[in-house]
Design a protein around this ligand. Structure first.
Ligand SMILES: NC(=O)c1ccc[n+]([C@@H]2O[C@H](COP(=O)([O-])OP(=O)(O)OC[C@H]3O[C@@H](n4cnc5c(N)ncnc54)[C@H](O)[C@@H]3O)[C@@H](O)[C@H]2O)c1
Length: 324
């Protein structure tokens, strides 16, 4: 297989590339290094089956030169993370909507290539009915709250994907639920796991937003990567959307305590207001839990890594790579 991984220098993309190279694929990595880093794929540079292109998914000429030679596109590139989106709303919308539009257009125009689209649990917004099934409603806040633009942009990506699917493009959409693991990004967008580990390792207060009773379902990156690869292999997945996540629901306060314990940190756990971090116009989603019945049945997907095991591996990696 000759594959393209957009956003391949990012957290999930680079872990995916390792698995694809191991499978024997020839991998082209396209990344503009906006939140990704060359250091995530540096170890691949001596592999003759790997090529890195620094460039943007928004560059149509570049895509035209690449897509015809590719069998499968793993589209991971996006503006990611609530904090990043809140701080850079316009760039984020353009990257996520126009970028995906170009990838789908190129895939369709140059040979109807298979495309795997990375979407997000943010799609469900603040819907209180959990666990989420793929067909559940989206419940979003008003458009003057930047946070919801990420959900909206991923929803447009999904609508475009399904429209291309009806035109015959083999496309699969995957909704990821809070992925964590080695190479989780320390600076660019501060996901909660990265943030807590960094604070714990620096012996600074671990800052929990709000009451800490809000929940998420944390999914280890190796499990996520297995789901991504399966979705590209299983014919029945074409034209469908899948939740890719761990079904264990964890309160954020519990996550903070677990990370403190597993990293042997003396850090105190401190509650802060959302608006101290995100600004005044912010809303959070109270719970996030996937129903993975469909992914289990069609992809044979399961998220088997326990939170404790996954966090231990992640903390070990962060100890070596984070500045502290
Ligand atoms: N990490 C999670 O928990 C999570 C959850 C839900 C969805 N996702 C989705 O998974 C995908 C990968 O996320 P990640 O966590 O690895 O984030 P990441 O920021 O580490 O990776 C995104 C990559 O895309 C690159 N990129 C951004 N704009 C680009 C452009 N215009 N052209 C080329 N490359 C560009 C960045 O440099 C980065 O390397 C994204 O689509 C994201 O929306 C991630």
């Amino acid at each position: 297989m000759k594959v393209l991984v957009t956003g391949g220098a990012g957290f999930i993309g680079s872990n995916l590339i390792d698995a694809l190279l191991k499978r024997g694929d020839t991998v082209l990595c396209l990344d503009n290094l906006s939140t990704g880093s060359k250091s995530n794929v540096e170890h691949c540079f001596k592999n003759p089956c790997f090529q890195f292109i620094e460039g943007s998914i928004l560059d149509w000429r570049l895509l035209e030169g690449i897509i015809g030679k590719i069998d499968v596109i793993f589209h991971m590139a996006a503006a990611v993370g609530v904090k990043y989106i809140v701080d850079n709303p316009l760039d984020s919308i353009i990257t996520n909507v126009r970028g995906t539009e170009k990838i789908l257009d190129a895939a369709y125009t140059y040979g109807r290539k298979k495309v795997i689209i990375a979407s997000s649990s943010e799609i469900y917004g603040k819907n209180k009915k959990v666990p989420y099934k793929e067909e559940d409603d989206r419940v979003l806040g008003p458009t003057n709250i930047n946070r919801w633009s990420y959900s909206a942009s991923k929803a447009i990506d999904e609508h475009m994907s399904f429209s291309y699917a009806t035109k015959g493009l083999p496309v699969v959409v995957l909704r990821f639920f809070n992925i964590y693991g080695p190479r989780i990004n320390e600076e660019a967008y501060g996901t909660v796991v990265a943030q807590f580990i960094k604070q714990a390792l620096r012996r600074e207060p671990i800052t929990v937003h709000g009451t800490g009773k809000q929940t998420r379902s944390f999914t280890y990156v190796d499990d996520c990567v297995k789901g991504i690869i399966r979705s590209s292999e299983v014919e029945e997945a074409r034209g469908k959307v899948f939740n890719i996540g761990n079904t264990r629901e964890t309160k954020i306060i519990k996550l903070a305590k677990l990370i403190k314990k597993l990293s042997n940190s003396p850090s105190p756990i401190k509650r802060i207001h959302y608006h101290d971090y995100y600004g005044l116009s912010y809303e959070d989603a109270p719970r996030r839990v996937p129903d993975i019945t469909r992914a289990r049945k069609i992809l044979g997907f399961d998220s088997q890594t326990s939170l404790e095991e996954g966090l231990e591996k992640t903390i070990a990696w962060c100890k070596e790579h984070y500045s502290h």
